[in-house]
Design a protein around this ligand. Structure first.
Ligand SMILES: [Zn+2]
Ligand SMILES: [Zn+2]
Length: 757
């Protein structure tokens, strides 16, 4: 007989860990107890040695599906003389733990939902310890029902029996509920009243009639309509004021996925993963969805139902639904019933409401297969707040406030990084409030007291102001260059701290010389960067306006970089409206409101404008996204370019590229071939520049980061070509390549500069 103390750290609360321990103890005939504290699960055991060893082995190997064990601490001692095994009450202490993200309905719950003889038949809040809401309903730790938004529902006898039986799948499942005692769905709207029990069926018929339905989901409201009904989709676009940007679709099952797209195995894995993200996939040409769902794109964003409510709706509707965030364009997603009815009144024809409150705002996540990995493009539901492992242990807590677009913040604590869910573009009060509220929640839940605050070097970003004014008087505040943060975010993912060649390609980032960077090749480590190559500067005529009007970028390139061949571009310039031409020319000559940029995104804009693919953009990156969609992935043509030796490093000059592209276009060559040749050229000059850097400085590891690497064609081709040249290539896996990942890089750079060894 021996005694054993075990402490387990990681994501071990709210995942059925204590009943798992209970059942394991029973199997090995051990006595003692298990309990939650703020930061860990603690276990005391008596038993013989072989049984204790068996217990410890199974503890790691058979842990429940949602558990993530980071560390197990074991101490052997004399037996304590326990007579039975018990689950004892939580102990509130000073430590910190982690919380599982919300998780898609498990198979067992889905089977109950659809079985008429179950008491939870068609009950839209069915869940268990292996599935259901978590992060969105937790107000504080440890994770127990009174500290969730479920506290106002008192369990019926049947639910309590399940909740208190350690052998039951619902033992201590905090959101446990049933039709007798739990939350309810009802309809609120101007289209007549219906009995509460058929709210979902009525919702289905409204959708069939082409109505727009606002649905209270897991992390906020969603707006749904029939994806095959062009008129309904157009009405949703108009009312939501979301023009151009693609809508995500929810489909009933994989059969429907295959009707619309041609998924690869990796994409199926992503679709059916417990995170249930929106997966961007190549669409079938004959896919029966309204053209307005994803105009100009060769991809669709699909997801499968992930709550019982979604399962019931989609089964009833039996077809693809547009399922988009319940907000007006640019605002955060609505969460409260009253808030939603007020804010979405002009968008939705009707509402499906329920009375389980949402504590944390949470959008659907978006992923895309890039190369051989499923990479988050928008990281929210299902992923956050799962922490990322750091390759070091921070001695001080760090807050990084992120960038302007696709903002996230990041908190470092000990050996973990808490990267927040997608917050949005920080440009209005509502999004700023979302940022502040989420930050407060994270700091409270994970007990973070930042002593270091990181922010982007851009003086005008709202995130910069937030960081400078954040009320922590003693904190050290550190500005981090945008592309440096990009590269370090990818390095940290791979546990790399040694110097690398960093290829940072994106739309906009404030450079150390005050110009707008975005086509950068850096030698970087956590503490610093050396800019060894960049795209040649071109003027952005009219500043930000050049992003919305890509023809302005084309004109800027023609008049500056392509000056020698300007006459050849006369038909392009001549086709611009005369007034616009005069204004642009004056801006070019006076350099008024005309910042210089080395941005890769802007080069894509110029190319798309020259090809007539897109002369005006409704969202940043639209020209590049459409150019990628058009490119023939098999074509291997290439345009010329120049790699110029500069004082420090190299300058990539795409003048010859644009000229060749324009000649091909004028000669009537097919756009898919030209678009492919343009992509191939970007790949070729990047490889050339990396080779030049390696020859001179000796680094062989290349890290790719920045919004341009959401482009699957560019990422795949560049990765493959670099590998052929003998480079080791690191790309993003768990962190978005776009600005949504930047806060992680900021946090690590700021820590390395102020507190690192
Ligand atoms: Zn379940
Ligand atoms: Zn009940």
């Amino acid at each position: 007989m021996q005694g054993l103390s075990v402490k387990v750290r990681g994501t071990v609360q709210g995942v059925g860990f204590r009943p798992f321990v209970f059942q394991l103890a029973e199997r090995y005939r051990l006595t003692g107890w298990v309990r939650n504290t703020n930061s860990q699960v603690e276990i005391e055991l008596d038993g013989d040695e072989a049984a204790l060893d068996g217990f410890l082995r199974d503890l790691r190997e058979r842990a429940p599906p949602l558990a993530r064990i980071n560390a197990v601490e074991i101490e052997r001692h004399a037996p304590s003389g326990f007579s039975s095994f018990e689950i004892v009450a939580s102990e509130l202490g000073g430590g910190w733990g982690s919380i599982p993200p919300d998780t898609a309905t498990c198979d067992a719950c889905l089977a109950e939902l659809l079985n008429p003889s179950e008491r939870r038949y068609r009950y839209p809040f069915t869940n268990c310890t292996h599935c259901g809401p978590r992060f969105t309903i937790i107000e504080s730790l440890p994770y127990d029902r009174p500290r969730t938004t479920m506290r106002c529902f008192s369990m019926c006898d049947d639910c309590r029996r399940e909740y208190t039986d350690p052998r039951d799948r619902r033992f201590h499942a905090q959101p446990v509920a049933c039709p007798a005692c739990g939350p309810r769905v009802w309809r609120h709207g101007g289209l007549g009243e219906a009995a509460a029990e058929d709210a979902i069926e009525v919702g289905v018929s409204l959708l069939r009639e082409g109505k727009i339905l606002a649905i209270k989901g897991l992390g906020g409201f969603q707006l749904a309509c029939d994806a095959a009904n062009g008129e309904a989709v157009a009405r949703l676009r108009g009312r939501k004021r979301r023009y151009g940007k693609p809508f995500a679709l929810m489909v009933p099952d994989l059969v429907w996925v295959r009707r619309l797209c041609d998924p690869t195995e990796l994409e199926i894995d992503a679709l059916t993963s417990r995170e249930r993200p929106i997966v961007l996939m190549r669409r079938r040409p004959q896919a029966n969805v309204a053209p307005d769902v994803a105009p100009g794109l060769d991809t669709l964003g699909l997801m499968l139902p992930y709550t019982p409510l979604h399962h019931l709706l989609l089964r009833g509707f039996d077809g693809p639904l547009v399922m988009t965030s319940g907000n007006l364009s640019e605002e955060p997603i609505a969460v409260g019933n009253r808030e939603a009815v007020a804010r979405l009144a002009d968008i939705a024809d009707d509402f499906l409401l329920h009375d389980r409150d949402i504590y944390a705002r949470y959008d659907d996540s978006v992923v895309r297969v890039l190369g051989d990995a499923v990479v988050p493009i928008r990281r929210a539901r299902g992923f956050a707040p799962d922490p990322l492992a750091l390759p070091f242990t921070a001695r001080h807590d760090v807050l990084a406030c992120g960038a302007h677009q696709k903002n996230t913040f990041c908190l470092l604590k000990e050996d973990r990084a808490f990267l927040s869910q997608h917050i949005g573009d920080l440009e209005n009060l509502e999004t700023l409030e979302h940022f502040q509220a989420a930050l407060t929640t994270y700091r409270r839940l994970f007990k973070v007291e930042p002593e270091i605050i990181a922010y982007d070097m851009h003086p005008d970003y709202l995130s910069t102001r937030v960081a400078q004014e954040y009320p922590l008087p003693g904190a050290v505040r550190v500005a981090v260059q945008h592309h440096h943060a990009h590269i370090v975010s990818a390095m940290v993912e791979h546990g790399v701290s040694e110097r690398v060649i960093g290829v940072a390609y994106d739309g906009t980032g404030y450079g150390r010389d005050g110009a707008i960077w975005g086509g950068e090749i850096l030698i970087a480590d956590w503490k610093g960067l050396e800019r060894v190559a960049h795209f040649r500067y071109a003027p952005m005529l009219g500043g930000e306006a050049a992003i919305r009007k890509p023809y302005r970028m084309a004109a800027g390139y023609i008049w500056s970089l392509c000056r020698a061949s300007e006459a050849e571009f006369a038909p392009f310039i001549g086709a611009l409206p005369i007034g616009e031409r005069i204004i642009l020319r004056r801006q070019f000559e006076t350099q008024f409101n005309t910042p210089l940029t080395s941005s890769c995104g802007r080069l894509f804009d110029a190319a798309a404008a020259l090809l007539g693919v897109r002369t005006e953009a409704v969202y940043e990156g639209q020209p590049a996204v459409e150019l990628e969609a058009l490119a023939d992935p098999e074509a291997d043509a290439l345009y010329p370019f120049d790699l110029l030796r500069a004082e420090q490093g190299w300058v990539i000059d795409p003048a010859a590229t644009l000229r060749a592209l324009w000649c091909d276009y004028r000669a009537g060559r097919p756009i898919p071939l030209i678009a492919a040749a343009f992509h191939n050229t970007v790949v070729a000059f990047t490889v050339e520049a990396c080779r030049a850097v390696r020859d001179k400085q000796g680094f062989n590891r290349v890290v790719l980061s920045g919004g341009c690497f959401q482009n699957a064609l560019l990422t795949r081709r560049l990765r493959d070509r670099l590998a052929v040249e003998g480079f080791e290539v690191l790309t993003h896996r768990r962190v978005p390549p776009n600005d949504g990942g930047i806060s992680l890089g900021q946090a690590v750079v700021a820590y390395a500069l102020t507190a690192g060894d």
